[in-house]
Structure formats: C-alpha cells, structure tokens
Design a binder for this molecule. Structure first.
Ligand code: HEM
Length: 407
C-alpha cells in the first residue's frame, strides 16, 4: 500500500486537532500534485498570487470532466451557492448588487450600527448560563449568534427567527459529505426557506424597512435590481458563508484564550485590545483552512510547477498564515504583532464579503465572555473537532466556571 500523501493526512480526521506540523512539511515545496490530479498550494506567496490570478476560476464548470466527481470537502452538493462559485464579470455584478445593501459606499455605517444589537444578543445568551457552572461555547454562544445577527440584518422578523434557524441547521449540516437523508432535509429546508423569502420579499416591497431585503427589492442601483434566483442564491449564501465560519472564529478564539490565560486576563482589563486580538486569532487559528476547489483556465507556472488547466487546486490558507518566509515567528500567538498579514478571509475578487461583520461578532462575543465568566476552565484540551478539514473548529467546547457576573 502506498503511503498517504501529506494532503491526504491533512484531510484525515486523525490530524484535525493539530494539522500544523503537516502544513510545515507541505511548505517545503510550494506546490504538490496529488495522485488524483489535484494541485495543493501551501506557501503564502503562491497562495496569494493564485487568488489574484484571473486565470484561476471559482466556477466548477471549468473542471475537466474526469474531475467532476471529486466533491470538494465542505462544499455540499454545490446547489444554492450564489456568486461565490462564479467568475468575473458575472461575479462582480452580483457581488456589487449584494454589497450595495450591506456596506460602503452605499451603506457605510450599516454593519457598525448593529453593534448594540449584537451586544444585546450576546448578553442574553450569556445571561442564560447564570444558573449553572458549565457551558458549551459552541452550542450556547457561538452557534446561535451568527444566524441571529444575519436575520436582524436581512430583516427577518424576530418572531420568525426560530423557524428560520431551524432551516439553516440542515443546510449547514449538509456541507461536507452529506448522507442521502441530510441532502433530503437540506432540499426541504431550502424549499421552505425559498417560500418564506418570497413571501417576505413581497411584504417588504409593499412596506419597506431599512433592512437588506427591503433594499434588495426596492432599490435600483447602477447594476439594476437583485431578483429571483439571484436574490435567493445571495440570501442563502449570506446565511451559509457567515455561519460555521463565525462559529469557528469565536470557538477557536475562546480555546486560544484559555490556552493563553495572560491574554484572557488582559482582555478583561483592556477590552479595546480585542481588535488586534481578533486579527491575530484570524491568522493563528483561522476558521477556513482550505479553498478546496479553484480551477486554472490555462496552464499556470507557479512555485516551480505547472498547474494544469482544468485540474482542481487546493489553496491552503491556514498553511500560508504560518509561512515563516513571510510572517515572522509565524507559529507564535502574538496579539501585539505589528504588520499582521493573513489569508483567512481569502484575497482577490472573492475576498470575504462579510469580514467586517465577522470581526464585529467575534469582538463582541469574546469581550462579553471574558468579562462575565468567572474562572473559566476547559473541560478537555484538545476538544472534539468537526469533521471538516476546510471549515475547521471544535464541534463542542465544554467549559466550567465559578459564576457569571451580572451585566
Ligand atoms: C470569521 C468568519 C468568516 C470567515 C473566516 C470567512 C472566510 C471567507 C473566505 C475564506 C471566503 C472566500 C471563499 C472562496 O472564495 O471560496 C469568503 C467568502 C465569502 N464570505 Fe466569508 N467568512 C466569514 C464570515 C462571513 C460572514 C459573516 C458573511 C456574511 C455576512 C460572509 C459572507 C461571505 C460571502 C458572501 C463570500 C463570497 C464572496 C465572493 O465570492 O465574492 N462571510 N469568506
């Protein structure tokens, strides 16, 4: 039997808790070719260059037919993925129309204006921990926050949020290697959500508010109006792309703070420090480890190798973040680091749309948790991880504590 390749070892669940030594070995050569034809790119410079190369496509239609059956880990069945799996110029038009209701220049203060709302959501989640001395950072705080946040932004009425969250769960669960039952549940959830969104869009058209859906259905920007399947694809993308990613940032972040008690203590006394802290957490323990399925539309020379047209390319973001040739003492967690760089939100045309929201959610959650949990301890280190090598983070993060301080 042949030895598993380094990339196979990265994908192997056995190595989920500590993939870092494998990434170090991968970086001894910027580009590897796997036996199945996949190219694996692990060094910072090359990972960055490919994300800015217009010859690298995000559209699976550019894969050669012999690779069509390779399912990218963490990508589900490929339906309802919105503009994330499209290329310019179509991608850019859809992204601009989606961004118009979310951020600058059209709505420069939209995300920031949600700070008090996010603080209230997190405070209420932490209030619920007061009558006990143990919690799961994932189930109790990190998991409910992103869906509540995006619902408020989209304009889903608070009374519909529980129903809405119940649809998000099967969709998120179907990422990875879904069973037939999971795929069926996903199909039902998408159908139910589509019906609901259609009805909500009609209501908002008749009576607009200042939420994103109202903006999408009433506002004609320079690119026209986001409608029909494009609107629904975008809404599902916003829900999915911001879910497990943000959960992982908060959970990986809390795990790292527990492993560095002096940093946790500093956050309690100096909450403004959270801005640099979250940036270093993004670099050091990124929620997305791999962009698993880019495709060159031409042969491309990079890192001493030719990556072939139509072959799958896996870009190892997390490995790039620890590349010592570009990042000094890259394996050291250093929230005071000057000139931080990382690939955690990707780079280039697909740079994460929700990055300002993700940062804010993590900042609010980590400050509140640090402030209110007295004497917190991890129950297990390492904790159990989710199966995905792409969206990497603990599936549960049980902790104990003495008390929850009042708000
Ligand atoms: C810590 C949390 C997050 C991380 C680490 C993260 C990371 C990423 C990465 C790596 C990509 C590139 C994916 C690719 O090209 O295949 C991406 C794209 C995207 N993200 Fe995020 N994300 C986070 C949170 C969010 C949130 C909260 C939202 C929604 C509000 C969001 C919306 C999107 C969208 C729409 C795209 C597609 C952008 C495009 O194709 O132009 N993300 N994100």
């Amino acid at each position: 039997m042949t030895e598993p390749s380094l990339y196979d070892q990265v994908l192997d669940y056995e190595n989920r808790a500590n993939p870092w030594p494998l990434y170090e070995k991968l970086r001894s050569q910027p580009v590897w070719q796997e036996a199945d034809g996949t190219f694996v790119v692990s060094t910072y410079r090359e990972a960055l260059a490919l994300q800015h190369d217009p010859r690298v496509s995000s559209d699976p239609a550019n894969l050669l037919p012999e690779f069509a059956a390779i399912r990218p880990p963490g990508e589900g069945d490929g339906t309802a993925t919105g503009f994330i799996r499209t290329d310019p110029p179509r991608h850019d038009v859809l992204r601009r129309m989606a961004m118009r209701q979310f951020g600058p220049p059209h709505r420069p203060d939209f995300v920031d204006s949600f700070t008090p709302t996010l603080q209230t959501i997190v405070a209420k989640l932490i209030d619920k921990l007061a009558d006990r001395q143990q919690a799961d950072i994932v189930d109790d705080v990190a998991y409910p926050l992103p869906v509540a946040a995006i619902c408020r932004m989209l304009g889903v009425p608070p009374e519909d949020e529980p129903t809405f969250s119940a649809w998000v769960e099967p969709i998120v669960n179907s990422l990875g290697n879904p069973t037939p039952e999971q795929l069926q549940e996903r199909t039902h959830a998408i159908q139910a959500m589509a019906n609901y969104m259609f009805e909500l869009a009609q209501r908002r058209r008749a009576e607009p508010g200042d939420d994103m859906i109202s903006g999408y259905v009433t506002d004609d920007g320079p690119d026209g109006r986001l409608e029909g399947a494009d609107l629904f694809g975008t809404l599902v993308l916003l829900l999915i792309a911001g879910h497990e990613t943000t959960v992982n940032l908060i959970t990986n972040g809390w795990l790292t703070l527990q492993r560095h008690p002096e940093v946790l203590q500093r956050l309690r006394t100096e909450p403004a420090f959270v801005i640099r802290l979250v940036e270093e957490l993004l670099r050091y323990e990124p929620p997305v480890h791999i962009l698993p399925f880019r495709t060159p539309t031409n042969d491309i020379e990079i890192g001493g190798t030719t990556i072939r047209k139509g072959h799958p390319v896996a870009i190892m973001l997390a490995s790039g973040n620890r590349d010592p040739h570009c990042i000094p003492h890259a394996d050291r967690f250093d929230p005071d680091r000057v000139g931080n760089v990382h690939l955690s939100f990707a780079s280039g045309v697909h740079y994460c749309f929700g990055a300002p929201l993700a940062r804010l959610e993590a900042q609010v959650a980590l400050v509140e948790l640090a402030k209110r949990l007295e004497n917190p301890h991890l129950v297990a280190d390492p904790p159990p991880y989710r199966p995905s090598p792409v969206l990497r983070g603990p599936i549960h993060l049980p902790i104990t504590y003495d008390r929850v301080s009042p708000r």
